[in-house]
Every structure is written in C-alpha cells, then in structure tokens.
Design a protein around this ligand. Structure first.
Ligand code: AGP
Length: 377
C-alpha cells in the first residue's frame, strides 16, 4: 500500500502533487538521452506497419477516455492519421468495422476495466492490431494486447484519477511523435522540437502547482453551487469534460463539460448568475490558430460576464491581466505548445474538485458508489 505523506490530507492531493515527478519518470522512459526519438519499443509495431497505418481507434472508459480524446488531436496533428475515440462500454457491444491497416489503442490506468478488456477482445477478434496504454504492470489488458506502453505513474490510490491521466497524455504524445517521425509527417527538426517540449514539461507541471493556494481560495467561493458548466475549445474540450468528471465524482455536484463553441447552439440560454462557468482559456501565443480560438473564447467570456455569470478561467501566465478583467477567479499555467497545454490545464481543475470536495466534507479518496477498478460490465 502506498504511504500517505503527512504533508497531504488525502491521497488525491498527494497524487496531484506527485505529477512533476511522475511526468519526469514517464518522459525519461520514452526519451533516451542518446537517441531522443525512440524509446517506446514496447508498442511492438514494426516500421513497415507504421508506414501502412490508415486509421487509429482509441477505446477507453471515464478519465482514460478523456485522455484518449486529447490523444485524438495529438495523433491527428503529429502523425496525420484519422482517429476515432469510443467508449469501451459502447464498443464492446458493437460489431465494429475495423480496417486491415488500423491500430486500436486501449487506454486504462488499471488494465482491469471489464468494458475495456471486453473491447480489446472484440478488436482482436476482428484482427485489429492492438496496443494497451496501461499504468499497472502486467495487468490483463497489458498481457493480452499485441503491444504495451506503460505510463509509469506509480500506484494510484484515490478513486479519482489524476497523475495517471497526465501520464496517459504524455504516453499519447510520445506515441504521436514516434508515429509522426516514422511516417515522415514530422521532419527531423520538428521531431526534435516536440521532444524538447516534452522534456520541458515536468518543470512546467511543477510551476503550475503554484496555483494551489489560489485554487483553494476560489473553491471557497464556489462550493455552494448546485451545478457547474465547464467549457473548452479544440484540444481543451476533453479537459472541460475531465474537469467536470473530477467535480462530479469527488463532490457529487452536477457538472457538464462542453465545447466552448457549442454555447451559442443552445446552452447559452440556461447560463445565468446561478450557474458558475469554468472556462479553459489557454493559448499557444506562437500559434495563430490557437490565438484565433482564444479570441473567440474571450469574446464569449465578455458576453457572459456582462450577464453576471461567475466565471473561473484557466489561462496562460501572459494573459492573466486581460482575462482577469472579466473573470471572478483566474488560475495561471505556464506557456506551452498547443498539444501539451492540456497536461497543464487539468491541474487547477483537479485541485478545484479536490478543495470543493474537502470543503463539503466528502470522502475524497473513496467517493460513494465508485471503485478504483470497474471489473464488471
Ligand atoms: C476517474 O477518476 C475514474 N476513476 C474512472 O472514470 C476511470 O477513469 C474509469 O473507470 C476507467 O478506469 P481505467 O483507466 O482503470 O480503465
């Protein structure tokens, strides 16, 4: 059993604060100092198969599926492969159409989730090439898949997945860079740049944790709300879903995540001063598309703030002053590339869910009706 350090009241908080270390561990596993581009041999996917790949399916449950949704953006942009993400609990009942040159990636912290195992068996029965991305060594999912990429996050005790989620994002990014490099969708220089970005990530996670005290203060303002809306655009949309899931499972508060751009298609009607909104409003200032998306999101922020909506925003350090004019609470993360920002964005949302749960006196590490590994379908 993992020991609870006396500096932390709960495993969830300990695991949130472990993320700089677990990220460092994962990065060290995927990048060798001599040859930074190749260290994920466990996927057992020969170069000629990588060249022939035509499509990727990612299948998972809960938090792991949210990581898979971030992975969809990573793999599409890095390896230029079409990616489809599915709930394991849906896929396992389907009669899936798998292509000959399709890679099926099963994501799971525990490697024992019944729905995900069942999906793996379904995919294998269709002759799909399978890779497990798994945290627990030698778990059934890892043993049964054709290849495995371990996430190296260490034992996770709290039912709410935190450090295993960021470790999954790192594994998916490393996989995307590997596939992109092998398929030549990334040049040698681009591959090196992505690897350097990955190496710089653990320190950025550490810097992000500096928001912890501010999040605790913000949680006090929000703890009595009956419902929350989490918004994120593009690759940050799955982070909105994950922020909402963390709050639901630890605080038992209704929360919904949705793409920021969908607000005008209906949900905007229900938003008023009684529904706090949490917006992921980061951007990679060196990426014009990212800035365009950010400007559109800031326009929405201004509009809803005028209606008295309580907005909490996750922003990059350089945008704090601009966004703070309209938001009630602003939590900052360091600058990062578009594809790696999600790893930082989720940290204040994990802390927010944690502190609201503590303030409400919840059983943070073992929420009611849930278990760490869901071994029944
Ligand atoms: C997340 O906080 C939950 N514990 C849950 O959604 C979990 O991610 C899901 O049950 C899948 O578990 P796995 O990653 O072990 O397969």
């Amino acid at each position: 059993m993992e020991v609870l350090d006396p500096r932390f009241r709960h495993y969830m908080l300990q695991e949130i604060h472990a993320q700089p270390r677990t990220a460092l561990e994962a990065v060290a596993q995927y990048l060798s100092p001599e040859n930074r581009t190749k260290s994920i041999a466990g996927i057992a996917l020969p170069e000629e198969q990588v060249q022939k790949l035509e499509r990727v399916s990612i299948i998972a449950s809960g938090t792991s599926r949210h990581a898979g949704m971030v992975g969809e953006f990573m793999l599409e942009r890095l390896a230029r492969l079409p990616v489809k993400v599915d709930f394991a609990s849906q896929y396992c009942y389907r009669d899936p159409l798998t292509e000959h040159n399709e890679l099926t990636v099963l994501l799971s912290q525990s490697g024992t989730t019944a729905d995900t195992l069942s999906a793996l068996r379904q995919a294998k029965s269709k002759n799909a090439r399978t890779i497990a991305i798994c945290n627990v060594q030698d778990a059934p999912l890892a043993r049964e898949a054709d290849g495995v990429l371990y996430t190296h996050a260490g034992i996770e005790v709290s039912v709410a997945a935190t450090k295993s989620f960021t470790a999954q994002l790192i594994a998916l990014y490393a996989l995307g860079v590997h596939l992109g490099h092998t398929r030549r969708s990334l040049s040698a220089q681009e591959t090196r740049d992505h690897m350097n970005d990955l190496m710089a990530l653990p320190e950025k996670i550490e810097a992000t944790l500096a928001c912890a005290a501010a999040v605790e203060v913000g949680a006090k303002k929000m703890k009595d709300a009956k419902s929350f809306l989490f918004l994120g655009r593009d690759i940050s949309y799955p982070i909105a879903l994950e922020g909402a899931l963390k709050l639901k499972e630890t605080s038992y508060i209704h929360a919904e995540g949705m793409p920021t751009g969908e607000m005008k298609h209906g949900p905007n009607a229900m938003v008023d001063e009684h529904l706090p909104v949490v917006m992921v409003l980061t951007r990679d200032a060196t990426d014009p598309q990212s800035t365009l998306r950010w400007e559109r999101s800031v326009a929405l922020l201004e509009e809803i703030a005028e209606r008295g909506v309580q907005v909490t925003a996750i922003v990059c350090q350089d945008d704090v002053a601009t966004v703070a004019k309209h938001a009630n609470s602003v939590f900052a993360v360091p600058a990062a590339s578009t594809l790696l920002l999600p790893v930082l964005e989720i940290i204040p949302l994990q802390l927010l869910a944690y502190h609201i749960a503590v303030l409400k006196g919840m059983n943070v590490d073992s929420p009611r009706n849930l278990s760490k590994s869901v071994t029944v379908e």
